[in-house]
Unconditional design. Sequence first.
Length: 347
Amino acid sequence: MKIPVEVLKNAAKEILVGLGETEENACKISEILVRADMRGVSTHGTYLLKVISMRVEGGQLKVPTTTKIISDKDATVIIDGMDGIGMVAGHLALKIAIEKAKKYGIGMALICNTNNVGCLGCYTQYAAERGMIAIMSCNAAPAMAPWGAAEKFLGTNPIAISIPAKKVNFTADMATSVVARGKIREALRKGINIPENWALDADGKPTTDPKKALEGTLMPIGGPKGSALAMAVDIISGVLSGSGFGNQLKSFHILEGPTRVGASCIMIDVAHFVDLESFKELMSNYFNTVKALKKAEGVEEILIPGEIEYRKEQKSIEEGIEIDDKLALSINELLQKVGSDLRLISD
């Protein structure tokens, strides 16, 4: 079914406020969640409202979310997420890093002691729309074995990079595992198998069973290269920020204590290096050159990273956000639980 953007945002805000979040924070959180749904990243969208509710009720997520500046020096800042909803700390890191980049040419914000910050590409895309080259990463609970190891230590540890252009910004947003863990949870919820190259079971054998995959380990992209990138994300987001890292981190999806997630947010102000509009023109020429290259067999169109998500977002604005019945019912149940009269679908 398709839900108008503002209706879904209002539903998310009412749920968050009903759970104890402030109106201001609820607006920031809902923007990130709904934009993820708009861009087709459903694993990081309003689906997370149910998880947030579970953790709030379990006393393992502190609302209303507060943040604290631990260190603020020149082009850098460290933010304590105070074990609140991660998108609040993520939004603050984004804002401060952009401000510092405008002043110094580059700005970097680190976050410690937070939770799932949501879709990283939504943050970097926001920054690119404001003339920034943005790089954001975060660590996560152990889900993947380092290359050569046989037990989980690294999270899916995603990284996103956005670069401003004229129409469609370059946005690469990816887990350092072959697939994000949320995709496997989604397959389990839908009762479908996963591709064989996504994960290993507890015995280290390839599996297509999402349940066995969640009990085992994910596979890194590009073998040792993905493993190395995941470690770099863990070190910069976790070790450098003073947050948790490696097997110190806990899952956001079960009640096992504070997740201690860390994140990093790096902003580069294009205007400090070259005229922004001239840069965007160069980017357009670059993209056009790539798109005009000889296509591989079976390929109808060469796509720029972020172009698929951009098209989905534009379609969501025009036609509404596509969500499945199960998610709509889940949101309805949460709305009812917090005493809201709003419903996505009628009973």
